[in-house]
Design a binder for this molecule. Structure first.
Ligand code: PHE
Length: 338
C-alpha cells in the first residue's frame, strides 16, 4: 500500500493540464466518489492497526498534494485565458482608412474644373478689416451686412470682423497683381445666422475673378456654362436672372436645371425645376479703382458660390448641419480620389 501511494504521488506531481477540461478530468480521477484517493480512504479500514498512523499521514499527504496541484494549475490556466480575452494594448492600432469630407471633395472638384481654364487658387485671412471685406467692394456705409446682426465683429473702430465672403481675398489679389487676373478663392466664411437645416453661421465659398482688357458678360456666361456642365453633367441647363450686389454691375444669379428631378419639379427645387447655385456679375469700376486697377483700361467678371449648397445638390443631402457634425456614418459614404 505504501508503494501504491508513492506511485500515485509521483503521477500527481508529474501531471500537467493544458486546459480547464483536462484539470477537471484530473479532479474526477482522484477526488470524485469513485476516484483513486477516495478509494484509498475507503480501503483504510483494512489497514492493520499498527500501520494506521503512518498510512493515514501518507494518505492525507496524497490528498493534499492532489488538492494543491488542482489549485495551482487552475490559477495558471485562468490567468492565461484572462489574457487571451483581454485586449492587448501593446498591439498596433487597427488600420481604418479615413475618407475625405464631402465639402473637400466638391471644393477640389471645383478647383480642378477652373484650373483647366487657367484659374489659379488664392487664399487670404479669415479675420478681415473693413476695407477688404466691405469698403473696397463698394458696400455703402449703411449697408445691412455691416450690421452686427449679420456680421461677427471682433473690434469696432476700426472695424475688424470675420470675413463674410471670400471676395475679400480677391480685393487682396487685385491690390497686388497687374491684370490679367484669373483666380478663384475657396475658403471659410462667417455670418451671424441661426443654425438650421438650410443655414449655418460658418460655411464655405468659392469665389472667382477674371480681370483683363475686354472681358465681357459673354465671357462670364461662357465660363459659368462650362463650369455647370463639368460639375453637374452635360445635360445641365442654366439660366441667368438679374440680381444686385454692391460690387458688380450688372449682377445676376445663375440657376441650373434641378439635378434631382431633371427639371420636372420636386421639393428640392420647390417644384420650379430650377435651383440657384451662384451670384455673379461684371466687377463694378469703383471696385477696380479702389484696388488700384485702372477701370478705363480693364474690365472683369466675378462670381461666388456656397460649397455646402453645391454639395447638397450634388449628393442630395437635405440637412446642412450634417457637414459639421462629423458623424462617421455620414462621412464614410464619401470616397474620393481627389
Ligand atoms: N460675394 C457674394 C456672396 O457672398 C457672391 C458674389 C461674388 C456675387 C461675386 C457676385 C459676384 O454672396
Amino acid at each position: 500500500m505504501k508503494d501504491k501511494i508513492s506511485n500515485i504521488l509521483e503521477d500527481v506531481k508529474k501531471f500537467n493540464a493544458e486546459n480547464l477540461d483536462q484539470l477537471e478530468a484530473f479532479r474526477i480521477k482522484y477526488l470524485s466518489k469513485k476516484g483513486i484517493v477516495t478509494g484509498l480512504f475507503s480501503d483504510f479500514k483494512n489497514v492493520a492497526p499498527e500501520q494506521r498512523k503512518e498510512m493515514g499521514q501518507l494518505m492525507n499527504g496524497l490528498k493534499n498534494a492532489v488538492q494543491e496541484k488542482i489549485i495551482s494549475l487552475k490559477e495558471g490556466l485562468e490567468k492565461t485565458t484572462e489574457s487571451v480575452n483581454k485586449p492587448d494594448l501593446t498591439l498596433p492600432a487597427e488600420a481604418t482608412l479615413g475618407s475625405r469630407h464631402p465639402l473637400s471633395i466638391v471644393r477640389n472638384e471645383i478647383i480642378d474644373i477652373f484650373a483647366c481654364i487657367g484659374f489659379t487658387v488664392s487664399e487670404g485671412p479669415e479675420i478681415e478689416d473693413d476695407f477688404h471685406n466691405f469698403s473696397a467692394l463698394n458696400f455703402p456705409a449703411d449697408h445691412p451686412a455691416r450690421d452686427m446682426q449679420d456680421t461677427f465683429f471682433i473690434e469696432k473702430d476700426p472695424d475688424i470682423a470675420l470675413r463674410t465672403h471670400t471676395s475679400s481675398v480677391q480685393v487682396r489679389v487685385m491690390e497686388n497683381t497687374t491684370p490679367p487676373i484669373r483666380t478663384i478663392s475657396p475658403g471659410r466664411v462667417f455670418r451671424n445666422e441661426a443654425i438650421s437645416a438650410r443655414a449655418h453661421c460658418i460655411f464655405h465659398q468659392v469665389e472667382g475673378l477674371y480681370v483683363d482688357t475686354d472681358v465681357s458678360f459673354a465671357d462670364l456666361k461662357q465660363t459659368l456654362y462650362y463650369f455647370a456642365k463639368e460639375l453637374f453633367g452635360e445635360k445641365t441647363k442654366t439660366r441667368f436672372r438679374p440680381s444686385y450686389f454692391p460690387f458688380t454691375e450688372p449682377s445676376a444669379e445663375m440657376d441650373i436645371s434641378c439635378n434631382i428631378c431633371g427639371g420636372s419639379g420636386c421639393n428640392i427645387c420647390k417644384y420650379s425645376g430650377w435651383v440657384e447655385i451662384l451670384g455673379c456679375g461684371m466687377v463694378d469700376p469703383n471696385v477696380l479703382d479702389s484696388c488700384g486697377i485702372d477701370s478705363d483700361k480693364y474690365t472683369g467678371f466675378a462670381f461666388g458660390m456656397g460649397i455646402e449648397r453645391i454639395t447638397m445638390l450634388k449628393y442630395q443631402i437635405n440637412d446642412l448641419r450634417l457637414f459639421f457634425e462629423n458623424d462617421v456614418r455620414f462621412l464614410n459614404q464619401f470616397k474620393s480620389t481627389i
